[in-house]
Design a protein around this ligand. Sequence first.
Ligand code: SUG
Length: 455
Amino acid sequence: MKSGPVNPAVEANFDGLVGPTHNYAGLALGNVASAKHAEQPSNPRSAVLQGLAKMKALADLGMAQAVLPPQERPHIPSLKRLGFSGKDAAVLRKAYSEAPALLAAMASASSMWTANAATVSPSADCADGRVHFTPANLATHLHRAIEPETTARALHAIFPDPQCFMHHQPLPATPQLGDEGAANHTRLCTSYGAPGLELFVYGAAGEDLPHPSRYPARQTLAASEAVARLHGLDAARCHYAQQRPEVIDQGVFHNDVIAVGNREVLLYHEQAFEDPAALRDWVRRALAAAPEPAREPVFVEVAAAEVTVEDAVHSYLFNSQLICPPDGSMWLVAAQECAEHPRVWSALERMVADTANPIAGVKLFDLRESMRNGGGPACLRLRVVLNEAERAAVNPKVWLNGELHGQLSAWAARHYRDRLVLADLADPALLDESRGALDELTQILGLGSLYDFQR
Ligand code: SUG
């Protein structure tokens, strides 16, 4: 079996818990799965249990695994801000009859995809030696642009100690500063606790550079540069790479739909970047200059002749997680759809057999409810590298172990519906059920009064 050394700092995964209003409203422009499943019935209970099963499996492998809470939806304060007045039931009724698209936007469970919650830099990379968080402004889509305020509150509640953790405000929500968080940010390193390379991938940088013509480029260069400045990153260890506009137009709305990095490994599709050779050169040079014992970077490039961009978008091969359990081995955590796609599956078999990379095997998960909205394994998690002291400073109740998994599974079974269609979003009973569920959740996770309805 392929293996590597044991790491003192860990990379923890903070997975988003799917909220009680998980539904298919076709809200995400340029996200092929979201458009394809628009208006189909969803199953929120299965969705949350599928996510919890992945979390439990990773925790059982010895990974540091935690939970991020869902947001309050439908979000009545946002609907009121748009002029729908009266009691909650009246607000829902009016929004549904006058502007159903606005109601759908304010009822999305999109906060489950926590790879878009924030960009996080480990303390080893930051000038002040703290872990830095910048919540993403998610400026390109209305249903996501309402997330950052509550995301910031949740991050404060989970990472409270100012000696270890530094929280920035989201960037101003303008198209010039569109920021979608960690989905366009990869860290490469020789070991998690050592200073690493921070790789930012952007889709837009003004009109002068090539840009997509069909779909929006969600991540801007200006936002990534601002995040790097805020986090106090060493400029020599940051790199900004442009996504190929053509792949954005084929449904690669975030870089994590076409590339994933972990430790010294970068797995990516041949057509992911405008200039992959320049990127590889930079990584080689920057990693060689690392203060830690050298580890050569490993580039696992998948050729378009083997897996097309369309195959990648449909299977979410690159939206896999690359993880290292405590024994230092490396595994790919992939969506079941990868095994159902013959070209993708043979590419994975080849990759695992190839001794030039450390990937020891593939672990498959059924995440169909999230996948139908364009969210694979990697979308569902926010990675946070933590040393021992930082790990001890995290709100202890969010760590997922067997007990919390059991508690949350029972909680979901009690509160979540097993079928939801768009008309249900106007049902005042759904709002009450969701609030009841979230109220109990804040107690289970020790989060205090996180939600507007609790304040
Ligand atoms: O922003 N889907 C999300 C999926 C996010 C996936 N995240 C990463 N790739 N990191 C999005 O496109 C669909 C909601 C709907 O259509 O109802 C949605 O928002």
